[in-house]
Write a protein that binds this ligand. Sequence first.
Ligand code: IMP
Ligand code: MG
Length: 190
Amino acid sequence: MNVSQEEQIDSSTWDPDAQKFDLLYSQDKIDRKIRQMGQQISYDYKDKELLLIGVLKGCVVFMADLMRTISIPLEIDFITATSYSNGLKRDDKIVFAGGPEATIKGKHILIVEGIVDTGQTVEALINRLKNQEPASIEIVTLLDKPISRKTEIKIRYKGFDAGKDFVIGYGLDISQKFRNLPFIGKVINE
Ligand code: IMP
Ligand code: MG
């Protein structure tokens, strides 16, 4: 099949048999929200040494978009965090791997997450980074599930609430798939 470049992939072009979901946030809605977040971050971090640390893999689509809406100099780095063993089932233990390789000391760190659920991943990451004496650490997430929170963490910037639903797309997966959906879908369990 040849798809013309003008044609956007939207929820209706997706094979519904691959995974059943309802459209929760469209690409347009996400774009607009990210631009607002980028403007606010540019304002708040003006004249500050900003380092974005993306939590892989969920951050990948959001971070690529967000950083291009920020109009001040910044650095980026990544760390891999794994807490879900398979699909919807989770391990309580969070395993970090890789980075960050950038110097943390004295910098203003903004942790970039696709979604914050219990808050345990970002809490563990903050504790890890704290020892390296950053000037500040804040969190930016595209999606938030405040109802599921098990820790007391403060989220400085958030895109949307995801309620209790399991969501996919825009970097977020179910069993490592559907990160490539260019919108956020709510998984329908049958
Ligand atoms: P937390 O440690 O409970 O905050 O979990 C955060 C991680 O759980 C995220 O980085 C995601 O990988 C995963 N996660 C939580 N909720 C969802 C969801 O609805 N869809 C996809 N991944 C999720
Ligand atoms: Mg996952």
